[in-house]
Design a protein. Structure first.
Length: 267
């Protein structure tokens, strides 16, 4: 945002009061970056192996015996209670509603086990830490490069005819190879962010910090690569689901329940 309008080639805007009242907004972005990462990972021949290993490495969450114990306790609580609240084996008390929720959570052991399975991206991040040895993780792709415009370039080139490219491939089809092309893809997206930021700075914007939200901000590797490649600190929202929160605020204002975004935000 800026106090006066700044026109940046290949970047949308400026739009007056579009985000912050009284300020001009420029918007430069990359299209379908999450889909690109998914496309690269799921299209690799080692993806079935990745799925198997990620599912096998479960997060320490809750044991089967504890699940059974909780299920028995909550079932007994509901069956023996005629009021809205029942005593448990120790403080605090548990409401029947909470007990029913607990039953829903622990009623299907298979679903709990699946939820415990480590994310494929968490597994890939950990695998990169294993193969990098003493080198910084970014050095692993010194001979592997991705041009990320598989869906055209939105900013700052604004060319929908551009295509993606991967340079430096070998005959390897191992899990190591999958992890490296995953890393190179994230680095390519971060380099795209740097390209946008540098174009905006050249036009007169002053950018020294990245504020990140959304699903990809939950990936520590994605965040770290952006910090390393742009050379800027990255600030994450305290509200993990800030994008959903923002959509809810916009919906509340659109329904006329609040007079303005600012009033709704403070409520």
């Amino acid at each position: 945002i800026s106090e006066s309008p700044i026109f940046v080639p290949g970047v949308w805007g400026p739009y007056y009061s579009a985000m912050v009242p009284g300020f001009w907004l420029n918007e430069g972005g990359q299209s379908a970056t999450g889909k690109l990462i998914e496309h690269i990972v799921r299209g690799h021949s080692a993806f079935p192996e990745l799925q198997t290993k990620a599912a096998a490495r479960s997060q320490p969450f809750i044991s089967l015996s504890l699940i059974v114990c909780l299920r028995d306790i909550t079932l007994a609580a509901v069956q023996n209670s005629s009021s809205g609240e029942v005593a448990t084996f120790g403080p605090p008390k548990v409401s029947v509603v909470n007990a029913a929720i607990a039953i829903a959570i622990v009623g299907n052991v298979g679903e709990v086990s699946e939820a415990c399975a480590q994310s494929i991206y968490e597994y890939l991040n950990g695998h990169l830490d294993l193969i990098k040895k003493s080198l910084p993780v970014g050095f692993l792709t010194v001979d592997l490069h991705v041009w990320p415009d598989f869906h055209g370039n939105r900013s700052p080139l604004a060319d929908l005819t551009l295509k993606g490219m991967v340079v430096g491939l070998t005959l390897s089809q191992s899990l190591d190879d999958l992890a490296l092309v995953y890393l190179a893809t994230i680095q390519a997206i971060a380099l795209g962010t740097r390209h946008i930021v540098e174009s905006m700075q050249a036009a007169g914007h002053h950018v020294n910090t990245l504020f990140m939200c959304g699903g990809l901000s939950k990936n520590p590797l994605f965040v770290q690569m952006h910090a390393d490649i742009t050379g800027m600190p990255v600030v994450l929202a305290q509200e993990v689901e800030s994008v959903l929160m923002g959509a809810a605020i916009l919906g509340a204002c659109a329904s006329k329940d609040f007079a303005s975004l600012q009033v709704c935000n403070h409520q």
